[in-house]
Design a protein around this ligand. Structure first.
Ligand code: ATP
Length: 366
């Protein structure tokens, strides 16, 4: 069983005792692929290093496979790590690179051979065992590094930005390849990245981190469609979620969000009182633009038109807020033109403008 349970972990660095991890609690299921995602400095690597035993948390406990490993050194934990600089040894063949850990353990030759071949086949590099790393592509070298970890048959595979040294195209290929290969391996994997596309495409679940804390841990579609905060909505997605700040207005039985001098008649959160300030979030693909006025649409002025191959991305100013709007590629529009925007009522998300957290209105009195 390779379940990882992280319980109320705190980690401080330096004399100032600045917390790099703040009360992190997370359970990663056996064989799950968990991505730790967040901006630079949010604590992803520190959390990974705590799981590996390369850092010791000041408070909290870490369990691997049901065993409390908090006080155990890395070698006692059945883990393998693949780092950003997946340094393979240039003077050793692929075979000997993969065999390295087993040689250190003085395993018999026959066992080494069998296990290396198995790991290399799994990573589809079985044909290159006699080559040296310089004779491989970046993606293949990367797979040697993964095979070197897997050959140790770890309960848990920890990966810290393993694709970040690859150029954009190779990274795209390596991402899909690695995902497919790791599905076959079925080892519990914790994967650190600051690349939200990588996180969305690879993870069974994503744990989004901000300032040392996990602020949302969920399946990718849920993180994308129902971000727990303004920060998550703004961090995930290309383009990020749009936000508009307004005030709830309720007059003559109709409710609207007043943004500047515009009234957006949309499905507001039930029970939100009049006068309540709210941050509304909506993604570019959930706004429909028309050239003619349509019921419930708000007018806006097109600032920029970006053709992106499969679609257009418009920047439309509504009041003073620029909104990103996705349209069909044949939507005939020019900058400075007025367009009418319908916001899909089911896709509106609401946040507290002060805390940035999802807005949860008080339940209505019975
Ligand atoms: P990146 O994506 O840039 O690698 P990260 O999310 O992995 O960032 P960490 O490397 O975990 O972030 O760092 C979290 C915080 O802890 C940062 O503010 C960092 O400066 C600090 N930190 C990390 N390691 C140390 C250390 N050894 N000594 C002091 N501070 C550290």
């Amino acid at each position: 069983m390779g379940e990882i349970r992280i319980q109320n972990v705190w980690k401080y660095f330096g004399k100032a005792k600045v917390p790099a991890l703040k009360d992190v609690t997370l359970t990663i299921q056996d064989r799950e692929f968990m991505v730790l995602l967040g901006p630079s400095g949010c604590g992803k690597t520190t959390l990974l290093r705590c799981i590996a035993g390369l850092e010791y948390p000041e408070r909290g406990r870490i369990f691997i496979g049901g065993r409390d490993v908090t006080d155990e050194p890395p070698r006692k934990r059945t883990i393998a790590m693949v780092f950003q600089s997946y340094a393979v040894f240039p003077h050793l063949t692929v075979f000997e690179n993969i065999a390295f850990g087993l040689r250190m353990q003085k395993r018999p030759n026959e066992e080494v051979k069998q296990r290396v071949i198995k790991a290399a086949d799994l990573m589809r590099i079985g044909a290159y065992l006699e080559r040296y790393p310089a004779q491989l592509s970046g993606g293949q070298r990367q797979r040697v590094a993964v095979a070197r970890g897997l050959v140790m048959e770890p309960q848990v595979l920890l990966m810290d930005e393993p694709l970040s040294n690859l150029d954009a195209l190779l990274r795209l290929q390596a991402r899909a390849e690695l995902k497919r290969l790791l599905q076959e391996v079925q080892t519990t994997t914790v994967y650190v990245t600051h690349d939200q596309i990588e996180a969305l495409s690879m993870g069974d679940r994503i744990a989004v981190m901000e300032n040392g804390a996990i602020i949302q841990a969920d399946i990718p579609s849920q993180v994308y469609e129902h971000p727990s905060s303004h920060f998550v909505g703004g961090f995930i997605g290309t383009p990020p979620m749009n936000f508009m700040r307004g005030t709830i207005s309720r007059t003559n039985g109709t409710a609207a969000l007043a943004v500047g001098n515009q009234f957006i008649h949309a499905a507001l959160p039930a029970n939100a009182p009049a006068g309540q300030e709210l941050l509304m979030g909506i993604r570019a693909e959930n706004i429909e633009a028309s050239l003619q006025p349509v019921p419930d649409a708000i007018p806006g002025q097109v600032l920029v038109v970006e053709p992106l191959g499969s679609h257009l991305l418009l920047t439309v100013e509504v009041g003073e807020t620029p909104l990103k709007v996705q349209t069909r590629v044949d939507f005939a529009v020019q900058p400075n033109q007025t367009v009418y925007l319908r916001l899909d009522p089911k896709q509106l998300r609401w946040f507290d403008p002060e805390t940035g957290l999802r807005y949860e209105p008080e339940p209505s009195p019975l």
